[in-house]
Design a protein around this ligand. Structure first.
Ligand code: AMP
Ligand code: MN
Ligand code: MN
Ligand code: MN
Length: 304
């Protein structure tokens, strides 16, 4: 096979994507991707279906999650910053992780209802309409509200929904429980997973990395996270601020952190297209070498 096209960050209907796990597999094959990371928010519920269909289609699957986490700033006064941690090859039955995921999902549910209540004071929207679009047991998130706002013509698209009504600094936003980043790193690593900081230079309010533009401080900051269990950073991602990517890449290289690239595909819930950013095979191999919680499914010949 020619060089593997590896896209390590995707979502399905078990969180805030619009493809079922089966549709995701079909769409990845159609997009010419050979391996996907399946990384739904705070759940592993999509793995079984994805593995089953991927085996038939010859697609490789790296089972994973995108764990919600938080960072408190130094003063502790401003609201915590929400950060996302990708965990690859985790053991889905690990009790500590299972408990943590259930807790996050339950708080996300309460929080989304509260956000809809706040929005309903000004807009024609109900919780029943939003709940209708959340699959049974799925991790609820703001995109589920965005979809309803678009469908009802209140906004023209998902981006406008976030800009006007759903932004984390906006008046309708409600935060949800998530473990501190150091705890999240511990959860992933003790579940046998490989922890990669997702889109570290995406800034809804601030970047997940405080010292994005200062090489020396950035290395110190990343080295501390590495001591806490971080294995790598998502370098190639459409939301990473391009002016800081090179500094991040240099810092990651000097610390021996794994460097990934991925689409963060959400079906029609986001413009991100499968395969728009890819992970180098050498970097990918480092993930495979390090993860001990659950095997991946290598790409194979089509059997159906
Ligand atoms: P939540 O998990 O409920 O806090 O919502 C965050 C999710 O919303 C992210 O995982 C993205 O899928 C999506 N999202 C965040 N910002 C935007 C945006 N500006 N446009 C579209 N989707 C977004
Ligand atoms: Mn999402
Ligand atoms: Mn994310
Ligand atoms: Mn994501």
């Amino acid at each position: 096979m020619a060089e593997l096209r590896i896209d390590l960050h995707t979502h399905t209907t078990v969180s805030d994507g619009s493809d079922t796990p089966s549709d995701l597999v079909d769409n990845a094959v159609a997009a010419g991707v050979h391996v996907i990371g399946l990384t739904d928010h705070d759940t592993t519920a999509g793995w079984a279906e994805a593995f089953q269909v991927a085996q038939l289609r010859g697609l490789g699957i790296v089972p994973g999650i995108e764990l919600s986490a938080q960072i408190l700033d130094d003063t502790g006064h401003t609201p915590p910053l929400s950060v996302h941690l990708l965990g690859y090859l985790v053991d889905p039955d690990n009790a500590v992780m299972v408990d943590e995921l259930a807790k996050i999902r339950s708080h996300r549910d309460d929080r989304l209802r509260l956000m809809v209540e706040r929005l309903a004071e000004d807009l024609d929207i109900t919780w029943a309409e939003v709940a209708d679009g959340i699959a049974e047991g799925a991790t609820p998130g703001r995109p589920h509200i965005a979809t309803v706002l678009v469908r009802k013509g209140i906004v023209k698209d998902v981006s406008e929904a976030f800009d006007h009504y759903l932004a984390s600094h906006g008046r309708y936003h409600v935060p949800h429980y998530a473990p501190r980043l150091n705890r999240a790193l511990e959860v992933i690593t003790q579940a046998g997973g490989v922890a990669i900081l997702a889109h570290p230079l995406s800034g809804d309010r601030r970047y997940a990395l405080k010292h994005a533009s200062h090489a020396d401080l950035l290395i110190e900051e990343l080295a501390e996270l590495q001591r806490q269990g971080l294995s790598g950073v998502e370098i190639h991602h459409r939301e990473n601020a391009p002016q800081h990517v090179e500094t991040l890449r240099d810092a990651a290289t000097s610390l021996g952190l794994i460097q990934t690239g991925s689409s963060d595909y959400h079906g029609d819930k986001k413009p991100n297209r499968l395969g728009e950013h890819l992970t180098d095979e050498v970097e990918f191999q480092k993930i495979l070498d390090r993860g001990t919680g659950h095997p991946w499914l290598p790409p194979g010949d089509t059997t159906a």
